[in-house]
Design a protein around this ligand. Structure first.
Ligand code: 5AD
Ligand code: SF4
Length: 454
């Protein structure tokens, strides 16, 4: 019997990366083999993102390329998964008749069954339920081990894994498409998460990043333990951290409005919790934050930064910022620049605002013109770049443990617990996942250089 091959191309966030892994595993369990060759794969899956207009365009332009491939090879199946699939549904088939399957994030686990029953008529599976339960899922060990051998070919190395703890979002920030594409906030059961973490650690994983749109509200919207009662994200962190053999723990992403003092204390108390925190601020202006429906103020955010630094002085803070939200005045933007000066983030992700379908801000008046958005964005990024370099320079001469990520021709590449990449041009016997200590010898804007210690 012919064995079919599949290829998955992932766009967007870490949630999507993890979803792609799950789809890959489901297909492997159903007899498909993974391919790296889009021109020859029997099934090509685009796991799309619609968070910003640009992300959506990227997937759509690849879909245009696939149209030509399919002309040459009509037997190839094209599947659109992820957030654009959910958002556009049937409309994708009208515009792109070469697509065979449109499948939303909540339908992920139906993938193999749907592919097997395709009969030439395109299918759309984008069911969205408020009472959706994330299925218990056991990562496959052979796949992990196989990835270990492929090391350089895989974007997420097997010593380091994402673990999804919740889906969806209930916050309804006015600019954000996520509540519409991923649905209501649903937390996974604690026991499923702990089981999955054990399987990962037993398979050699040394670092886990817990994933959710808003991890700080884990356990708030549905019962996550068999015993019932309250259960918080901090409790989950402590339980995962207690797994023997796990060396590093991270999580993403957070909303300042739900950041509890209990969670901040974790940074001082859980030894393997890395001193790195991504806390998206979006804007430094209270007027803009209110129109974004963020439900916190600049003052609260600055207080949280001070509290976090009091608990863990070496914490590396990063953030997300949107430039040119509708109605953002010059003065509003100056307040964002001013917040950058006050906080001095270790790094940040910043974006020009773009209208997303179905969001409230898409209907706001007073849109900021493209050129002003671009100017603001490049001013923010220019200043952040300088601050990055200044921060990075402070690591020079320091002795830091790094987790090895890659063995290269010249030596190795590792990562500090603060999430800084370190290049080492010396050879030692080690494997990805090992922790070695280096002295930082040079700081660049985006990475550090180090020398191995004795
Ligand atoms: N326009 C620009 N940036 C956006 N983000 C989310 N929605 C939009 C939008 N409509 C950014 C936010 C968020 C990050 C993942 O993407 O900064 O934190
Ligand atoms: Fe993109 Fe958001 Fe969907 Fe992730 S959840 S893929 S960031 S739209």
């Amino acid at each position: 019997m012919k064995q079919f091959s599949f290829m998955i191309k992932t766009f967007g966030c870490q949630m999507n990366e993890r979803d792609s892994e799950i789809m890959g595993q489901l297909l492997s369990e159903n007899g498909y083999i993974e391919s790296m060759d889009m021109d020859n794969a029997d099934v090509v899956i685009l796991n799309t993102c619609s968070i910003r207009a640009k992300a959506e365009q990227k997937a759509m332009s690849l879909l245009g390329v696939l149209r030509k491939v399919k002309k040459r090879r009509p037997s190839m199946k094209i599947c659109i998964a992820g957030c654009v699939a959910q958002q556009e549904g049937q409309a994708i088939l009208q515009r792109m008749p070469h697509v065979d399957l449109v499948i939303g994030p909540q339908n992920l686990y139906e993938l193999a069954g749907l592919l097997a029953t395709l009969d030439g008529t395109p299918r759309v599976a984008i069911g969205m339920s408020d009472s959706y339960e994330i299925p218990a899922f056991i990562p496959a060990l052979p796949r992990l081990l196989q990835q270990k051998e492929l090391q350089s070919a895989t974007p997420v190395a097997p010593f380091r894994k994402f673990l999804t703890i919740m889906q969806g979002c209930n916050n309804y920030c006015t600019y954000c498409v996520v509540p519409y594409t991923r649905g209501r906030e649903i937390s996974r059961k604690v026991s499923d998460i702990i089981d999955e973490a054990h399987v990962l650690v037993d398979a050699g994983v040394r670092e886990i990043t817990l994933l959710g749109q808003n991890v700080n509200s884990y356990g708030r919207t549905n019962q996550v333990t068999d015993a019932g009662g309250d259960y918080s994200f901090s409790q989950l962190l402590r339980e995962v951290a207690a797994i023997e053999g796990l060396k590093r723990l991270r999580f993403t992403t957070s909303n300042p409005k739900d950041l509890s003092p209990e969670l901040m204390r974790c940074f001082g108390e859980i030894e393997i919790l890395c001193p790195q925190f991504h806390l998206p601020v979006q804007s430094g202006s209270n007027a803009v934050l209110a129109r974004m429906n963020r439900n916190y103020t600049r003052e609260l955010y600055l207080q949280q930064v001070a509290d976090l630094r009091a608990v863990r002085p070496d914490i590396a803070l990063s953030t997300d910022v949107i430039a040119g939200f509708p109605g953002e005045s010059d003065d509003d933007f100056e307040q964002t620049m001013d917040l950058l000066e006050e906080v001095r983030f270790h790094s940040s992700f910043s974006f020009k605002y773009s209208d997303r379908p179905g969001t409230r801000s898409a209907d706001f008046d007073d849109k900021v013109v493209e050129q002003v958005k671009s100017e603001r964005l490049s001013r923010f990024q220019g200043r952040q770049d300088t601050i990055c370099l200044e921060h990075n320079s402070l690591y020079v001469s320091k002795s830091l443990p790094i987790m090895v990520e890659k063995i290269t021709e010249k030596g190795l590449v590792g990562r500090t617990d603060t999430n800084h990449i370190v290049h080492v041009e010396e050879k030692i016997v080690c494997v990805p996942g090992d922790i070695v200590t280096v002295t930082i010898s040079h700081a660049g804007q985006h990475s550090l250089n180090g020398i191995l210690q004795g």
